[in-house]
Design a protein around this ligand. Structure first.
Ligand SMILES: [Ca+2]
Ligand SMILES: [Ca+2]
Ligand SMILES: [Ca+2]
Ligand SMILES: [Ca+2]
Length: 533
């Protein structure tokens, strides 16, 4: 039975029970389970544990010291703040010394790479030819979804392709890849003739039955405009982007997306994240260089922000762009220009009022929380709710996102994987469901994650003990980063945190026994892996 898909760039997406689906940075529907717990974590029993690196050296409280000032992409945190953070972590370490779990208490997580034996040969192509264009650092969403309703989850890999004018001799533009699951552990490539055998500079994918015909449809984000495919049945899809009106602009760089029913009319609407204003010409003009490397992938700060899209499903195959009137076009108050640099969205009913809300992970600008106002509009309350910044009021490089009632009560947690030398975020709802505090350090998913460059992130229960654990997929975007930052590697291991539950205090600990660490390349022709637990 397949439990986990590990991939290089971003996490995978699945439709949840209410037909929600999302892409880039999200995954499974938040799960609500019954059970009593404390409304606040008990620091003495929170279970923070300094993690062991693959080589056995200690990571943890010291891992953050002085590292941020060497980060060329996000060099923004004062040293004094970093020192304070390390001191704070030390306090938690001391406070939690009484609660560290015995080594044999942590369930062993052994995953076996079965990609090849499962018949999956897909290799992602980012088309890099040397100019180091920023989209090459992202891309490659993937979805498990049962396109033929036979009860077995199939696989759709999103691919990028060669840049115009840079197709190597003898090569063809690369396409998406659709694999059919035979139900016995084997997948067959059924891309050809499926209608999904198109070539685009793809990024993410969202799955949802927008026309309520019982067959899941496919929305793909891409550089240069997005794509909607109607599932015709029998493994056939046809593109309906134009008549549906959801293609966006050829200038767009779509990233995360989610089918949601924001107005509760029974028809799935569509929310689409955009990253930055980008073109090859804009990128080349930035002339971003690193010492000893030369031209390098530039930080998002070098590029202007964007607006996301919200499309209302009219029910006749057409969607209406309601972004402006719905309140999702957020401007930087200082400049009046579009602010979003979004990579992922988590659709979740934050306040349990029956109306879906949206949490958006933004790279180097504040995260958004769009609170549904029940009248077709959203109010952006990211800063007020506490999810916009880190504990010091600073923005981070937010990548993957997920949400879960991880304590098995009504308390919502929103986890975000951040850039290198920035901890994961774990925003936990307080007594007010619209008020969050970042408890990553106390909960155990913070300091151990600091060094890694996190991309995908999701909650899942790897040991089937009824509690949702956390996995991050990591890797740097600059192949030669180690030449300028000694603490960084291009290939980085995934990180798994076990949710130890409430009986001994709420908290996560690094999972033991992860076996041979598979270091995941962040891009280039990155191979996707399927692992069996
Ligand atoms: Ca199937
Ligand atoms: Ca459909
Ligand atoms: Ca709707
Ligand atoms: Ca709500």
């Amino acid at each position: 039975m397949f439990r986990l898909l590990v991939k290089a760039i971003t996490d995978f997406k699945m439709p949840n029970k209410s037909s929600l689906a999302q892409a880039k940075g999200g995954h499974l529907a938040p799960t609500t389970m019954s059970g009593a717990t404390l409304p606040f974590p008990d620091l003495c029993s929170a279970g923070w544990q300094p993690a062991e690196s693959p080589t056995g050296s200690r990571q943890g409280v010291d891992s953050g010291r002085g590292l941020r000032i060497t980060n060329p992409r996000h060099s923004r945190l004062p040293v004094c703040a970093t020192t304070f953070r390390a001191s704070l972590a030390a306090i938690f370490l001391a406070a939690n010394a009484c609660a560290l779990p015995a080594a044999d208490e942590i369930p062993v997580a052994k995953f076996t790479d079965i990609t090849r034996e499962a018949g999956i040969t897909f290799v992602h192509n980012n088309g890099a030819y040397g100019d180091k264009l920023l989209p090459e650092t992202l891309g490659g969403g993937v979805a498990f979804f049962d396109y033929d309703n036979d009860g077995h989850q199939d696989l759709l890999f999103i691919n990028s392709t060669y840049w115009p004018g840079h197709i190597p001799e003898g090569k063809m533009p690369t396409t998406l890849a659709l694999y059919h699951n035979d139900g016995h552990g084997h997948f067959t490539d059924v891309t050809k003739g499926s209608g999904l055998d198109i070539s685009c500079y793809g990024m993410g994918v969202a799955i949802g039955d927008y026309d309520n015909d019982g067959l899941p449809d496919v929305f793909i984000t891409a550089v240069g405009g997005n794509h909607l495919f109607h599932n015709d049945g029998h493994g056939k899809f046809h593109e309906v982007t134009q008549e549906a009106g959801v293609g966006g602009s050829t200038n767009d760089w779509g990233t995360g997306a989610a089918f949601i029913d924001y107005d509760n009319d029974g028809k799935l609407d569509l929310f689409v994240c955009n990253y930055v204003q980008w073109s090859p010409e804009i990128d080349r003009a930035k002339s971003y260089v690193l010492p000893n490397i030369g031209r390098a992938y530039g930080p998002p700060r070098n590029f202007a922000g964007t607006f996301p899209y919200l499309y209302h499903n009219d029910g006749n195959g057409h969607f209406t762009d309601v972004s402006a009137q719905a309140g999702v076009q957020i401007k930087d108050p200082a400049t009046g220009l579009p602010m979003a640099k979004s990579l992922a969205v988590a659709p979740v009913d934050v306040d349990n009022d029956g109306w879906i809300d949206l949490v958006v992970a933004n790279d180097t600008v504040p995260n958004f929380l769009f609170h549904n106002q029940h009248d077709g509009t959203f109010k952006e309350i990211g800063a007020r709710s506490g999810v916009a910044y880190d504990a010091y009021g600073l923005v981070r490089g937010a990548m993957g996102i997920d949400s879960a009632r991880f304590r098995n009560d009504d308390t919502l947690g929103i986890a975000i994987g951040n850039y290198a030398n920035e901890m994961n975020a774990l925003y936990v709802a307080q007594r007010d469901s619209l008020l969050f505090a970042d408890e990553a350090t106390q909960a155990g998913v913070g300091p151990a994650s600091q060094k890694l460059l996190k991309f995908g992130l999701f909650f899942f229960d790897y040991d089937l003990d009824g509690r949702l654990d956390v996995l991050t997929a990591n890797g740097h975007l600059e192949p030669e980063i180690n030449r300028v930052q000694a603490n960084q590697q291009y290939r980085q291991p995934a990180q798994l945190f076990w949710n130890r539950g409430d009986s001994k205090g709420t908290g996560f600990v690094r999972a033991a026994g992860q076996g041979r660490h598979r270091r995941v390349p962040a891009h280039r022709r990155a191979r996707r892996g399927l692992c069996r637990h």
